[in-house]
Ligand binder design. Structure first.
Ligand code: ADP
Ligand code: MG
Length: 287
């Protein structure tokens, strides 16, 4: 069973007012995400990414169609905690998601709400802090930490609930390059080693290139969905949607544009290097 399944799911804001047609944020989305996938979602501002994210842990329920998490319809109210503990959300601004005055209290907040035994909570909190590499800050006050460290606290808080899936809504956008890299490293490890499904919304195309799958969303619809090499090799389409491509693709695209035939389905620096070396050698040979 897919961990996430949308069947013609749509969302219109403000449609409950009879004299208001509302804003259609998501049109009719159908997709399935399997357990253990690392999915990156990209799309320009206002394309519906945050709305999509909110549908996944029932912060919103679809105004048309269905959203199923582990087969459970998000509209079923008694499953709300089940869904929320299964699908953890991390948002852009770490300051808005930290509640506790001490790091370890903050991380304990989720499992406390799930009614978990205090002894078990202690174990989970220590494991979660260790997992994101901030054990030494367990007794610190969150406001003293950097943005990247705060996002790690937020991730630890989610991990302490033992979720199957983590959804990050532009969670790296406010971080410096080190914070970004470390956060991506943590997500990749949780995905590879613990099998946690990751759905990462980002504007950073270099973060997208390592995903198993990239979903491009535009005006509330899926514009592309596939392996990153495939999706980004369609450089013109990506640019038409107002998005960038990863740096390696951009470089190859520019060289291809001036008349050298190159395979654009390359995202990896080493592969791009060999492709360009081959091009130069062939050029020399033809002189
Ligand atoms: P993204 O995260 O890709 O920037 P959003 O999902 O936030 O996109 O927004 C999609 C559309 O829904 C936009 O047109 C936005 O203005 C609208 N929208 C988002 N949140 C609300 C809201 N709370 N009330 C009304 N319209 C909203
Ligand atoms: Mg958003």
């Amino acid at each position: 069973m897919s961990i996430v399944k949308l069947e013609n799911a749509g969302y219109v804001y403000g449609s409950s007012h009879p004299d208001n047609l509302g804003t259609r944020a998501l049109d009719s989305i159908s997709l399935e995400i399997e357990k253990g996938e690392f999915v990156v979602m990209v799309g320009r501002n206002g394309s519906g990414k945050s709305t999509f994210a909110r549908l996944l842990n029932a912060l919103l329920t679809p105004t048309s169609g269905t959203v199923l998490i582990n087969g459970i319809d998000t509209r079923i109210e008694k499953s709300l905690w089940d869904i929320r503990s299964n699908v953890g959300m991390i948002f852009q601004n770490p300051d808005n998601q930290i509640i506790g005055t001490i790091v370890e209290e903050d991380v304990a907040f989720g499992p406390e709400n799930l009614g978990i035994d205090p002894k078990e909570i202690r174990i989970r909190v220590d494991e979660a802090l260790d997992s994101v590499g901030i054990s030494e800050y367990a007794k610190s006050e969150p406001h003293q930490l950097s943005g990247g460290q705060k996002q790690k606290v937020a991730i630890a808080g989610i991990l302490a609930m033992k979720p199957h899936c983590i959804v990050l809504d532009e969670a790296t956008a406010m971080l410096d390059p080190v914070g970004r890299r470390e956060t991506m490293g943590i997500l990749k490890r949780l995905n590879k080693e613990e099998g946690i499904t990751v759905i990462h919304i980002t504007h950073n195309m270099d973060e997208a290139k390592d995903a198993d799958r990239v979903i491009v969303i535009d005006k509330g619809n899926i514009a592309a969905d596939g392996k990153p090499e495939k999706v980004f090799s369609n450089v013109r389409m990506i640019k038409e949607l107002g998005l960038d491509v990863p740096q390696v693709t951009e470089l190859l695209f520019e060289i291809d544009k001036i008349g050298y035939k190159l395979a654009l389905e390359v995202l990896d620096v080493d592969k791009a290097y060999s492709e360009l070396s081959e091009l130069l050698i062939n050029r020399e040979a033809h002189k």
